[in-house]
Design a protein around this ligand. Structure first.
Ligand SMILES: [Cu+2]
Length: 179
């Protein structure tokens, strides 16, 4: 279970946004969320230079890759560290994201770039009639058979520490690099 969960954690979906709509999405997505994003920044500020409890489980995909990049070239997420107990609780909380995501830097350094909310679909659907929504954003549903070996799950990325030119809530950030 631990290996499965670790893989799942990253929950980065391969879902894609329509590139043509991205610029508009950015402006409308961020509007009205400035205060909420500042609160998330505060909640994660102690971990800007590296993960710590409760985000301690590093995620690898089924190929053993830990710094997640889009195979279609739209950018990267980075390295996910998951709070496993939170992942498995069947709920989402705006100030308690299930994963923190880091960009690797020189000499093994890690810089916080984003947070990701994750919940397993079976657990969520058993108690809710609709997919989870935070910041007015409906989570992306990622089917089983994903690169993380996870059962079906819902996910939402929030680029609160590294601006994402394709949208604050987009899965992939072209300004994050794995190497
Ligand atoms: Cu991700």
């Amino acid at each position: 279970m631990r290996a499965l969960v670790a893989a799942a954690l990253s929950a980065c979906s391969l879902a894609l946004a329509a590139p043509a709509a991205v610029a508009h999405v950015e402006s409308t997505q961020t509007r009205g969320h400035t205060a909420k994003l500042a609160e998330l920044d505060e909640a994660t500020s102690a971990h800007r230079d590296g993960p710590g409890a409760p985000w301690t489980t590093q995620v690898f995909d089924l190929a053993g890759i830990t710094c997640i990049e889009d195979p279609h070239g739209r950018g990267a997420m980075g390295i996910h560290f998951v709070d496993v107990a939170n992942l498995l609780d069947g709920e989402v909380g705006r100030l308690a994201p299930e994963a923190l995501i880091y960009e690797p830097g020189a000499r093994g350094s890690l810089q916080l770039v984003a947070a990701e909310y994750l919940v397993l679909a079976d657990a969520w659907d058993a108690a809710h009639p609709h997919p989870p929504i935070l910041y007015g954003q409906r989570f992306t549903r990622v089917a089983a058979g994903n690169r993380y070996g996870l059962p079906e799950f819902y996910e939402l990325h929030v680029w609160h520490e590294r601006a994402n030119p394709t949208g604050t809530f987009n899965d992939w950030n072209p300004d994050v690099h794995c190497s």
